[in-house]
Ligand binder design. Structure first.
Ligand code: DAH
Length: 354
């Protein structure tokens, strides 16, 4: 039997891909016999090559065609075997995917939006890189105003011909933007990030505030007080939340009031509710006529009230956390403990670990 016939027989009889490959190496591999035949072509005279060439190429093609055909057969057999024997057990439990949690700041922002939506407020937004005019001047803090110094501002490198920009030091500039965009009457809250050059256990260079603004006709401080009381009761989920307003000063409100909330000790912890003591939670007041005018509203026609507070602080008070810096450390263990389920319906009562 010729070498070729023997090789073709072994290919046809190869029981699996592994033995088929062994035959391939013996024939077509580096030191295979077909390879050796092909090499002899190099030493032949042109006449010999013309004579023997087609025959040798024919052997090579016959072998590689036979291997390809047998390979296809064996693969089809293997697939049939797997289809016949392998089963997917759909009743096996699926591996669980790790679920993320909602950061307390996001949770509180959702709660604020929910509470104020019930009171007819929309959510307004503004840029975090804010121009000096919206952040200060329009809010009645002209360039020389001492209140600017209280804000520990991060200034941005000015670009040629552009207005001076700062990282907004509060959410109050959104008041101006909302009034200029929507006019009056208006009811908005503006939650978001703010920046000040400050860092200790109760201050971080970036933190969160929420601003509230109501513009309408015949608005007075009674409306402000009712709104804040209603908001704080809903937010802390207690009817015994008491508030106290103290005269204060903000350049953008007149009169201005700081708002304290009553606290009491429960199980060794200070909680909001009752009146054992007071702590400050909000700044507020009636919108200053100059602010209304700067935003294009006629102060003789429209009045309004505004308030602002720290979202991180509200979260700390409600959910009993004591170090503000941990909010922004990105420690997954902290988030696992204080985070909120991403799957629970976001209601006010979805408390810690819900
Ligand atoms: N913008 C003030 C701050 O960052 C907070 C504030 C006080 C906002 C009184 C107000 C307000 O809207 O009426 O300290």
């Amino acid at each position: 039997m010729s070498d070729l016939q023997q090789t073709l027989d072994r290919i046809a009889g190869a029981p699996d891909l592994h033995s088929l490959d062994a035959v391939r190496v013996e024939a077509l591999g580096k030191s295979g016999w077909v390879t050796a035949l092909l090499k002899t072509l190099g030493g032949m005279t042109p006449d010999e090559r013309q004579q023997r060439g087609p025959e040798i190429q024919g052997i090579r093609n016959a072998v590689s065609d036979a291997i390809a055909a047998r390979k296809e057969q064996l693969e089809a057999q293997e697939l049939d075997r797997r289809l016949a024997t392998e089963r997917l057990d759909l009743s096996l439990p699926a591996p669980t995917r790790p679920a993320g949690t909602i950061h307390p700041v996001s949770q509180v922002m959702d709660e604020l939006a929910e509470i104020f939506a019930d009171l007819g407020f929309a959510v307004a937004e503004g840029p975090e890189i804010e121009d000096d005019w919206h952040n200060f001047t329009a809010l009645n803090m002209p360039e020389s105003h001492p209140a600017r110094a209280m804000h520990d501002t991060f200034y941005c490198e000015p670009l040629d011909g552009e207005p001076a920009r700062v990282l907004r030091t509060h959410t109050s500039p959104v008041q101006i933007r909302a009034m200029m965009k929507h006019g009056a009457p208006l009811r908005v809250i503006a939650p978001g990030r703010v920046y000040r050059s400050d860092s200790d256990a109760t201050h971080t260079p970036m933190f969160h505030q929420v601003e509230g603004l109501v513009i309408d006709k015949a608005i007075h401080m009674g409306h402000l007080k009712w709104t804040l009381e209603t908001f704080l009761k809903a937010f802390f989920e207690r009817d015994d939340v008491a508030i106290r307003m103290r005269p204060s000063y903000f350049p953008f409100t007149e009169p201005s009031a700081e708002v304290d909330v009553g606290w009491s000790m429960e199980k060794g912890r200070r909680v909001v509710g009752g009146q054992e003591g007071w702590m400050e939670v909000l700044g507020s007041g009636m919108v200053h006529p100059s602010v209304l005018a700067a935003a294009g509203l006629d102060p003789d026609e429209w009045q309004g009230f505004a308030f602002g507070t720290g979202i991180d602080r509200l979260a700390m008070l409600k959910y009993g956390m004591n170090d503000l810096r941990q909010f922004f450390d990105g420690d997954i263990r902290w988030l696992k403990h204080y985070g909120f389920s991403a799957l629970a319906v976001p209601t006010l009562s979805a408390g810690v670990g819900a």
